[in-house]
Design a protein around this ligand. Structure first.
Ligand SMILES: Cc1cc2nc3c(=O)[nH]c(=O)nc-3n(C[C@H](O)[C@H](O)[C@H](O)COP(=O)(O)OP(=O)(O)OC[C@H]3O[C@@H](n4cnc5c(N)ncnc54)[C@H](O)[C@@H]3O)c2cc1C
Length: 481
């Protein structure tokens, strides 16, 4: 047990007089796993970690923190990657981990809705939906770790956005504890509700800066009993986007994923695992992983086979998975690519978007600019292109010094973001702004957007105690600085 530093001691004394002691972790070792995010790039020790068991307990805690002017940051599964969920300076912020509020409160196959607590791991919520023969369609690589509160607060997307929408499209209602401890109860499963301002929309994607989500009611859908997966090789990103436009029309809108993978990413995946094989007989510059899914009387296999045969002017070669195991192997290539990039250490992650019709020119122009200005940078390009969302990551060449990589990191990010500006896109399509993208966001946001955003923050958290310094700049120096 470490001796409590004075600030922690004072905060703990004030909080534990009103709250049960087993709510808190204060030991440096016990707090370690709440100090670092999935990437390991962001690290800071919390002032205290609080792990409430109920909305009422969190509400009392937040009232105390408000009275004591203690800064708070909510934490889910720590997969957000923009430095938003870890403390923003060592020993100065109390972390609220929602991990003990992890129940599924109800699944209703007539409302097609699931009500789930914020600390529930996404994969567990998906499993519960399956017990009612339904699908909760938020699907991506981190689903075994990220939590529902984090998904709501980052407006998470994933592989199935083109079919079912982002988290924002799936939220029917929310329960939220505000910075002063009051509970905003908007936890409904109503499909239609036009009573005044739709306040829940403000909490979605607000990265914990306006309130702490304690539960969410989410849409679920009939479970597709047929899924077909194909991987095809193509000449160019331009051809991939042509194929996408045709697939939307010709596959009766049953497309549920359309993932772009450039050859460099496939090679990273193949090098990472000996048991992975090149999926087609010869390498192609561009690949697309296509998934269609449906329930009911559709011959999905014939649909996909017919579609790909008719697209032989674009598709150079391809494979349709003949079993679930083979489909899983195709998806493994996509997953390994993401995992393997980080094996050599730090790398630049971007999660940008442009309109779908601009995606091919954005990728071509950016890769050309990177090759010309920074030929040493290894660009790894992939994404959920069915919704215009692309990752253009930069892996450093072997043996590059940390200092040199820092320079390359900033210079290549600038090239990518400048190109995003030229194509009218967004510098954050997935992970949010947090602290990592704050400077780039503030530089680009128009003054009226910033003024309105600051007023919203002031209305919900006038003392600026909640996730201060994320998205918007820090207003007030907090305790501990
Ligand atoms: C391998 C990998 C793949 C990914 N793929 C995708 C993808 O395809 N699409 C995508 O959108 N994202 C993706 N992400 C990003 C990430 O998984 C999502 O942003 C996810 O929604 C974050 O959830 P979390 O529980 O880990 O949140 P955390 O990282 O813990 O927190 C994220 C933000 O939400 C806030 N927060 C957390 N819980 C609450 C709460 N209860 N109330 C209020 N605020 C809260 C935090 O303070 C922080 O600002 C990926 C990440 C990884 C590591």
């Amino acid at each position: 047990m470490n001796a409590h530093p004075p600030l922690q001691e004072r905060a703990l004394a004030a909080l534990s007089s009103a709250m049960p002691a087993d709510l808190f972790l204060t030991d440096t070792d016990a707090m370690e796993r709440y100090s670092r995010d999935w990437s390991g790039d962001h690290y800071a020790r919390p002032l205290i970690v609080a792990r409430p068991r109920s909305t009422a307990e969190l509400s009392s805690l937040m009232k105390c923190c408000h009275e004591q002017q203690i800064h708070v940051v909510p934490q889910g599964g720590l997969t957000g990657l923009v430095g938003a969920a870890v403390p923003s300076y060592p020993g100065g912020e109390l972390v609220v981990s929602l991990e003990r509020m992890n129940k599924v409160r109800s699944v209703n196959a007539i409302d097609f809705a699931i009500v789930v607590e914020a600390g529930c791991i996404l994969e567990d919520a998906k499993r519960q939906a399956e017990t009612a023969d339904c699908i909760l369609p938020i699907t991506f690589g981190a689903q075994g770790t990220c939590r529902i509160g984090g998904n709501v607060s980052t407006n998470a997307g994933g592989f199935n956005v083109l079919r079912y929408g982002m988290t924002r499209d799936l939220v029917l209602g929310l329960e939220v504890v505000l910075a002063d401890g009051r509970v905003w109860d908007g936890l409904r499963t109503l499909r239609k509700d036009n009573r005044g301002y739709d306040l829940k929309q403000l909490f979605i994607g607000s990265e914990g800066t306006l309130g702490i989500v304690t539960a969410a009611a989410l849409k679920i859908f009939p479970m597709p009993d047929k899924v077909e997966t194909a991987l095809v090789g193509l000449r160019s990103v331009e051809d991939a986007m042509q194929l996408y436009a045709r697939a939307r029309r010709e596959c009766s809108d049953l497309l549920s994923a359309f993932e772009l993978l450039l050859r460099g990413g496939i090679e990273i995946a193949l090098n990472a695992r000996d048991d992975l094989r090149d999926p087609l007989d010869q390498p192609y510059p561009v690949y697309v992983l296509i998934e269609t899914s449906a329930a009911g009387r559709v011959d999905l296999r014939a649909l996909l086979e017919g579609f790909l045969a008719d697209a032989s002017d674009l598709v150079l070669d391809g494979v349709i998975a003949s079993s679930k195991a083979q489909a899983d192997r195709l998806w493994l290539l996509r997953e390994m690519m993401v995992e393997a990039q980080g094996r050599g250490g730090r790398y630049l992650r971007t999660d940008v978007s442009v309109s779908i019709s601009s995606l091919a020119s954005f990728v071509t122009d950016t890769l050309e600019a990177l090759a010309e200005r920074h030929p040493e940078a290894i660009a790894v390009t992939y994404g959920h292109v069915g919704d215009g969302n692309i990752h253009m990551n930069i892996v450093p060449p072997e043996n590059m010094s940390a200092n040199r990589f820092d320079e390359l990191f900033h210079a290549t990010e600038e090239v990518i973001f400048d190109m995003i500006d030229k194509h009218g896109g967004s510098i954050s399509a997935e992970h949010g702004i947090g602290r990592v993208k704050q400077a780039a966001f503030l530089k680009r946001a128009d003054p009226l957007t910033l003024e309105l955003s600051r007023r919203i923050k002031d209305a919900f958290d006038p003392s600026h105690l909640l996730s201060e310094g994320r998205i918007l700049e820090r207003v007030e120096a907090g305790a501990g600085e």
